[in-house]
Ligand binder design. Structure first.
Ligand code: NAD
Ligand code: MLT
Length: 314
């Protein structure tokens, strides 16, 4: 597929290397951090390409108001903020950068697991508030514990590799990856029914799809070991937030590390403010390295497409 691109709108604070690569290839760029829906429609009249992170919602309305648009680039993995079906109907190409932030998201997940095991954020906040409480923050070692990884794609398998070095046993489930392949990564594959009661920690690394929405809900939490810890650095909605709150209260869940939320930013902070919850504002991919990589990759893919080279992503 080849398309001539003349002018690309760069949004959401995409790293400046994106514009540099596009300009070097003769493509004009306009940079805006944030635009209202009306401003976006106005800008898109004179652009045939756009690059977004997650803030800009490329809805069917936005696409309908942009007849010149030929391509939407997502500097990141998930394309949940782009109506891919509507884009496809209009002949607009959607590209993403599936691997560019894998390592950052995996590292953030590991940071969540480590922080949960020793209540690092809670103990830090307490000490800053002048409380020297060593009893309250008695931790537990990760060594010898079992980490269940639901979704063994790019991020899930990197998490496995890293947490094995802490002496964790890694078990997992992914309908697309055969057991003999996951065994090569040191992950024992099993059904979800077998996995729930074995896990000390569960981390999810799937997309948010109809069959993964509320994948971890009340019923599942009742099948887990009492005090299981849950980590979600994938997408809000995979873990049922209301059910998690109840399980945190009644002790079925011993702690949760959340980077993503059903609503971002969350307007109801009950879950975030729970003492057993540690949370970050969707920071999984928020490293200089990952942001530079995804910006570089999306720009290069647009240039490659102009030159008729094979496309990557969705
Ligand atoms: P990936 O496509 O490489 O892997 C996802 C895996 O999930 C696939 O192997 C797929 O077979 C598996 N899967 C699908 N349905 C499943 C199910 N019902 N049960 C178990 N496994 C299932 O994706 P990835 O790059 O590893 O990303 C994983 C998630 O992390 C995505 O939701 C992505 O949007 C998100 N992400 C978040 C951040 C962040 O900043 N927090 C950063 C990068 C990616
Ligand atoms: C992604 O899907 O790439 C991540 O959620 C990170 C981001 O939104 O930038």
């Amino acid at each position: 597929m080849t398309a001539k691109i003349e002018k690309v709108l760069l949004l959401d604070g995409v790293d400046s290397v994106c514009g540099e690569i596009l300009q070097k290839a003769g493509i004009k760029v306009t940079v805006h951090a944030k635009l209202s829906k009306e401003q976006l429609a106005e800008e898109l009249k004179s652009h045939d390409g756009m690059v977004v992170r997650s803030a800009t919602k490329v809805t069917s309305d936005v696409l309908a108001a942009a007849p010149a648009l030929k391509i939407v680039g997502r500097a990141g993995t998930g394309v949940d903020n782009i109506d891919v079906e509507a884009a496809t109907r209009r002949g607009v190409i959607v590209m993403n950068t599936p691997g560019g932030n894998t390592l950052s998201a995996a590292e953030h997940t590991c940071a969540m697991v480590c922080s949960l095991s020793r209540s690092v954020p809670q103990a830090c906040a307490a000490l800053k508030a002048g409380k020297w409480d060593r009893k309250l923050y008695m931790g537990s070692e990760l060594y010898g514990k079992t980490l269940a990884i639901v979704g063994l794609g790019r991020i899930g398998r990197e998490v496995a590799k890293r947490m094995q070095s802490f002496g964790m046993t890694t078990i997992g489930y992914d309908p697309m990856i055969p057991a003999h392949v996951t065994a090569e990564w040191g992950v024992e594959s099993m059904s979800l029914e077998e996995l729930w009661p074995r896990a000390d920690y569960i981390t999810v690394h799937t997309p948010l799809l109809p069959h993964t929405r509320n994948l971890i809900g009340s019923e599942v939490l009742s099948k887990c070991k009492r005090g299981v810890r849950i980590v979600n650095v994938a997408r809000g909605g995979i873990v049922d937030e209301a059910a998690l709150l109840v399980a945190l209260e009644d002790g079925r869940c011993g702690g949760a590390g959340l980077d993503v939320f059903l609503e971002e930013p969350p307007t109801d902070l009950t879950l975030c403010q729970h003492p057993k919850v540690i949370c970050t504002p969707h920071l999984g991919a928020n490293t200089k390295e990952a942001q530079r990589r995804v910006a570089c990759e999306i720009a290069q893919q647009m240039v490659d497409m102009m030159q008729g080279k094979p496309l990557v992503g969705v």
